[in-house]
Each structure stands twice: as C-alpha cells, then as structure tokens.
Design a binder for this molecule. Structure first.
Ligand code: ASP
Length: 438
C-alpha cells in the first residue's frame, strides 16, 4: 500500500473540534500514515496564533517583562485541547520544563518551535501514533542551512521503523543539537521533507482554503480554483505573490516527483489543487492556469542609440545596480533601451546614487524612472501551444483602457509579464481573468 504524508496547518489544529476533523480525515484513507502538524492557529479572526505568542514570550523575557503571563495564555490553549479531547498526557510536566528552559534563557527558535512540539505530542496521543521529534532527524549546518541528504537518510530510516507517526513541523537541530527553525510558515517544508523521506504517493497539505485560486479572490469575485498546476507554474505564481504554500516546500517533493495536494480541512469533500511535476493537461479547461501580481515596482529605463552594438552595456548597468546592493526583478530590453525592474522600497533610498552611477558608466541619451508600477504574471503551460494567447491578453487590456508600460515574456514560455500603472493594476487582473476564464 502506498503512503500519504498529511500536513495540517495551524487553523486545522486550532482546537479540539479541529483535532477531531483531522482524525476523521486520516481515517478516510488508510494510506495517511504520517502526519505533520503546525502549532495551533487562530480559532476566530481576533484570536492569537500560538507561534506569535511564543515569540512574544521570548521577547518579553529578553526585555525583562512578565513573560510568565504570556506563557500562561499559551499553556491554557494546550490544556483546553487536552481537556476537551479527554486525553491523559504529561502536558503539565512538558510545560513546566519549557518554562524552565525559557527562564534559563532559551533561544527564540527554541521558544517558537515548542508550538509544533506540544501540538505534536497532543496529536500523537490522540491518534495513537508514534512521536518523532524532528530535532533528531531534521538537520541544519552551523550556518543554519538545511542539510537535505543527511536529513533524508536519518528520517527515512526512522519512518521505516514505525507504522504511523506524528512529526512536528517547523524545526530541526543545528550540529550542536540546539533547536533551529525554518522561516515562518515552515511546517510546509517539514511536510515536504517527510513526504520525500517516506517516498509518499502524495504530499497532502491541509489548510483552510480549497486549493489555489486562479486569481486573488479580493480582486476577482468568485475566482475559480485551479485543479492542476505544475511545480514550475507554481513557482512563477508564488514569485508574483500568490501564496498558499511556503516557497521552499516545493523543492523536496518536486525533485522526488511527488505531487502535492492542497486540501481544505473544513471541506474534505473538495478535491483541492494538485501540484504535479508534469502537466495533467486534461484537468485544466483553460488556456491559462492562473494570474498573480504585485505592486510597488519601479522601472529604470536607459536609452542610448546603437546601445546593442556597444559591448558590456548591460553589464555596466547591472554593475551599478549591484554596487548599490539591489536585486533586480526583470530586465526587458528593446533595440535602444534596456529597462531594469526593481522593488521601489529597495531602490528609493539609493536612487540618486544608482542613477548617477549608470550615467557615469554608460553615458546614456536618456535615463528615466517610472515608479508606482504593478507587475502581473499570466501563467499557463498551455499558452505556448495556443497561438493568439498574447493577442487576446493585450486586446483585453486595451479594451479595459489599460496602458501597458512594459512586456516581458518569461524565457520559460510559461508566463507573460506586463507592467502597468498602479492605478490600472486591479482592472488589468480582472480584464485578463474575464478574457480567459469567464
Ligand atoms: N507555526 C509556524 C508559523 O506560524 C510554522 C507554520 O505554521 O508553518 O510560522
């Protein structure tokens, strides 16, 4: 029988009622043998996430405040779950030990990791699954870089020895054995790591939405869910701001050829979104897979006649950008122009310096900066095989009276990127969506 690794996010494990849903989901498919929990999330809109409270505990302790009062709020969240599920565990002793560690000056990472650790202990008691502490199986080097192969060896061996297990998300250990966490949202990464180590058929990522939507539902009313997206398309969409999964959770499963299935704990009947290595073309009825965009970009346009005949022109522009410590996002070029697209927040403090450096290095005819731009990526593996996609996209934008300021077709041919004025951003996304979807 194949195996499924099921990761449950914070909202899926925020109280006893959610724990029950998780148990029911696991019972629905006997292949769901390994479970990766997050820390308890919000139960209602104004509630607090346990991880946030743990960071607050650490900060309060560092600043000499009453950290025990904050910690008591965390302890109560777990006690309540334990009580409501009528569990008998050593929770009280665990909490006391953690409080002792915090009192003795435990690190922020250690404090934050206890959210997943304690939730994992309760969940393993509730399900009757083994508990594998990631500090013994997930490794980072001394610089805090994740060590994939060492982890995979240790974790596969440990998993092979247990029929089913709970592996808390979000953390592992440094070479000296101390706890180290991934960045926020990192339980997604643990889930992918466990899926790879278990050679799972599927990595299920259970959250509170029924998969990825084709566009931001705040901008497009009733945006439809994506049935199937490839890992490469997802990377393009997430880069442009569409987030459901932690970006780094893609790599372990992608490389191992394991599909990820985003599911909704509150609506397990929805099939959700499948993220696969190769396209399952029959699954998506549209030419495009999704649209994502972000605002807050600036474009530096450098114009010089015959620039394409001048060796090293582009290199010198990028040199100026690099000297100022900036990352550039895109680099569309024309015959006599080269544009550098950057985040406005990065550029603004060093703008004058960069401009004068470009002037000195390249002696351009003109150099202009256009702020307040939005970038929109229309992504779809189907676009390459469908002639006229670009024409439809630009016609839709022009019908919506949008002035397209920049165009870049990704070299992957998976996406078409357009730059528009901030004031046209929302209308552009809606126009593209309605052209290709409905
Ligand atoms: N609990 C951690 C966070 O809030 C990790 C996670 O939930 O994925 O960032």
């Amino acid at each position: 029988m194949g195996k499924i690794v099921a990761k449950f996010g914070g909202s899926s494990l925020s109280d006893a009622g959610q724990f029950r849903k998780v148990r029911d989901i696991l019972r629905m498919d006997a292949r769901r043998v390994y479970v990766v929990p997050s820390a308890p999330g919000k139960r209602f809109a104004t509630d607090e996430k346990v991880t946030d409270l743990l960071y607050l505990t650490h900060r309060t302790k560092t600043e000499g405040g009453d950290w025990r009062a904050v910690f008591a709020r965390i302890a109560e969240r777990y006690h309540q779950i334990e009580r409501d599920l009528a569990l008998t565990t050593d929770l009280a002793a665990q909490l006391e030990r953690i409080a002792g560690d915090i009192d003795a000056g435990a690190s922020a990472d250690y404090c934050a990791s206890r959210g997943e650790y304690l939730n994992g202990l309760l969940l393993s008691a509730y399900l009757g699954y083994a508990f594998l502490d990631p500090k013994d199986y997930i490794f980072f080097n001394a610089d805090g870089q994740y060590e994939s192969e060492r982890t995979n060896d240790a974790l596969s061996e440990a998993l092979a020895g247990v029929e089913n297990a709970v592996v808390p998300g979000f953390y592992g250990a440094l070479p000296d054995g101390s706890v180290h966490t991934f960045s926020r949202g990192g339980s997604d990464i643990t889930g992918a790591i466990v899926a790879r180590a278990a050679c799972a058929d599927v990595y299920e990522n259970w959250t509170d939405v029924s998969g990825f939507l084709m566009a931001d539902p705040r901008l497009v009313d009733g945006a439809l869910p994506i049935r199937n997206v490839t890992y490469r398309e997802l990377r393009e969409l997430s880069y442009m701001g569409a987030t459901v999964l932690h970006e780094d959770s893609i790599f372990p499963v992608h490389r191992a050829g394991i599909p990820t299935n985003i599911r909704n704990t509150n609506h397990p009947e929805h099939i959700g979104t499948f993220i696969t290595h190769l396209a399952e073309t029959d699954k998506n009825p549209y030419v495009i897979t999704g649209i994502a965009g972000r605002v807050g970009y600036s474009v530096i346009s450098v114009e010089k006649a015959m620039m394409n005949a001048e060796k090293g022109f582009g290199k010198r522009i990028l040199q100026a950008v690099e000297e100022a410590g900036l990352n550039f996002e895109h680099l569309p070029t024309g015959i006599d122009t080269l544009c550098v697209v950057l985040e406005t927040a990065q550029l603004a403090p060093v703008q004058e310096k960069v401009v004068s450096r470009i002037m000195a290095l390249t002696q351009p005819d003109t150099i202009t900066i256009h702020d307040d731009m939005g970038l929109i990526a229309t992504v779809g593996r189907g676009m390459v095989h469908n002639p006229g996609t670009a024409a439809r996209l630009f016609t839709a934008l022009s019908t919506a009276h949008v002035n397209v300021r920049m165009i870049d077709q990704g070299s992957s041919e998976l996406s078409i990127l357009v730059g528009v004025d901030r004031c046209d951003f929302e209308a552009s996304i809606r126009a593209i969506y309605h052209e290709f979807v409905k």
